[in-house]
Write a protein that binds this ligand. Structure first.
Ligand SMILES: [Zn+2]
Ligand SMILES: [Zn+2]
Length: 274
């Protein structure tokens, strides 16, 4: 007899979690966004597309220092000023498409805004070089179409999303092996080897644009992301993927992960590039 060939479909994350004691507590709900180039339907979840904002409220701007600003500001300036730039809409996400997110009471629309420039000083000691991200949790009924000022953008169109509609898909997600305790990781490896499957490849985390679930650590190994305001370990909220629709490029054509504080969703987000 030759090598065992595996013809049965690989077990789903839920089946795998049921088969390996201790793994079930790592199952997390996630929404795969499956973006495709199209104008988002007004009122539906989408990437890019027309802006919404509270009537009469000022559109948010980024006031951080941008490394590229140094080319715009005279070197003779005594204190290098920052150059505020309007944020842009990365995504509008409706609660019905991701009911597992930590929606504050009375909110049903999450706006992900970002500054489409690189930043190198928003993550304290940790290395980060990419867009600044803000989360705004709204009641959709409070928002109206808005016309924000155009952003100042030095990154060509790396960080300017083409409008996309979404095909949200609810899944259960398991983490990368790095997140599992050693004994559990061993048990998983034993089980999947017997089944002729590979945990990382066949299970674990779903890839692509995703809300909730677990982040990938494929390029750095696990980096704990703690809240800069209160110190709590943060949860993965959003994966932004390079390439395909909506045509963004983050990191070295990699993934940007946005993390949210479990104590207070208004604490500044955590960011990680893979
Ligand atoms: Zn900025
Ligand atoms: Zn916090």
């Amino acid at each position: 007899m030759g090598a065992v060939t595996h013809t049965a479909p690989a077990p789903s994350p839920a089946e795998l979690a049921a088969a390996v004691p201790g793994l079930a507590e790592y199952l997390r709900p996630a929404t795969l966004l499956n973006p495709y180039a199209a104008q988002p339907v007004p009122g539906a979840s989408g990437i890019g597309g027309p802006a919404l904002w509270a009537v009469g409220a000022p559109w948010p701007h980024c006031t951080a220092r941008h490394p590229e600003d140094e080319y715009l500001i005279p070197r003779s300036a005594p204190v290098p000023p920052t150059v505020p730039t309007a944020l842009i809409t990365l995504a509008h996400l409706r609660a019905e498409d991701a009911p597992h997110l930590p929606w504050p009471e009375g909110t049903d629309l999450l706006q992900v805004l970002w500054c489409p420039n690189d930043h190198d000083d928003i993550q304290g000691e940790r290395f980060y070089y990419g867009p600044a991200v803000e989360l705004h949790w709204h009641r959709a009924a409070d928002l109206a179409p808005a016309t924000p000022p155009p952003p100042r953008c030095s990154q060509e169109d790396y960080y300017l999303p083409q409008p996309c509609a979404l095909r949200p898909e609810q899944v259960l997600d398991l983490p990368d092996r790095d997140e599992l305790q050693e004994e559990l990781a061993y048990a998983v490896r034993e089980f999947t080897a017997r089944q002729g499957i590979e945990y990382q490849r066949d299970h674990g985390r779903a890839d692509g644009w995703k809300l909730g679930g677990w982040p990938s650590w494929h390029s750095t190994d696990l980096v704990p992301i703690d809240c800069g305001r209160c110190g709590e370990r943060m949860n993965h909220l959003l994966t932004v993927e390079s390439g395909g629709d909506p045509g963004l490029c983050v990191g070295r054509h990699g993934e940007l992960h946005v993390f949210v504080c479990p104590v207070d969703v208004t604490h500044p987000v955590g960011l990680d590039l893979q």
